[in-house]
Design a protein around this ligand. Sequence first.
Ligand code: SAM
Length: 289
Amino acid sequence: MARHPPPPPLSDVPLEAGLHVVATPIGNLRDITLRALDVLAGCDLLLAEDTRVTGKLLAAYGLSKTMLRYDEHVADRARPRILAALEQGQSVALVSDAGTPLVSDPGYRLVKDVIAAGHRVFPIPGPSAALAALTLAGLPTDRFLFAGFPPPKSAARRTFLAEVANVHATLIFYESGPRLRASLTDMAAVFGDREAVVARELTKLFETAVRGRLTELAADPRLDAPKGEIVVLVGPGAEQVSTAEDADSALTEALTRLPPGEAASEVARALGLNRRDLYKRAMALKDGR
Ligand code: SAM
């Protein structure tokens, strides 16, 4: 038997009219479903974030298709044409460069408009880096929160991290190689020294997972601006009732970046404490009391 048998024949059942949101591989081109191939081959209009990237995927499966670019730069211009196609009863497929569209990728506003215009939306599920990373991390999976890309600047990033610090769940972030170390350092400062995993190049030749405490990972030379695509997962913190000491150390850290009112709001959200009390304490800390 051939090592890579050709894909089975495509379905000849015509596609239903509506928007088909199609997940595509995040690295290994064979991670595509038969249904995704049916939709890519059979749709009347194919929307691609980057037509060259999707062209390569189509070519790997012997398909070719006229595509319309759909990304955030052209979204407003492209939407009327897409809605007109749906109005005429056509099947429209949306893909991003990799993984599941709408997940840190374009498509949310389109889906919203398509629903508002009374058309159907069909999910064609498949790979997503967030879920692939969760399955290899070895961190709790009963509750998880996908937080997307943290902001690039440290002050905004710490505020963003503080907003999810108190969620008792595994936290999933997308990150780039050059920003990884700074992000891990901020995560250790805001979350404490939790268990974490850096998953890199999932489904590709150099797939790796580095597991450890956040402070260990932040100091790990293997994670110094690594190449490739990265997911960071952080395990849930121990469920605990916050003490006055916790509040003081969180406030002291927040006051290095924020005025007292905003520091109090941030810590109130993060620790589930009363904002008014925290504001009084922030003023006292600021005055050195
Ligand atoms: N829509 C995609 C999905 O469902 O995963 C994500 C698109 S987002 C623009 C791209 C980010 O996803 C990358 O910067 C990286 O953080 C993550 N990512 C995508 N592919 C990956 C892979 N093979 N391994 C690790 N992370 C990946």
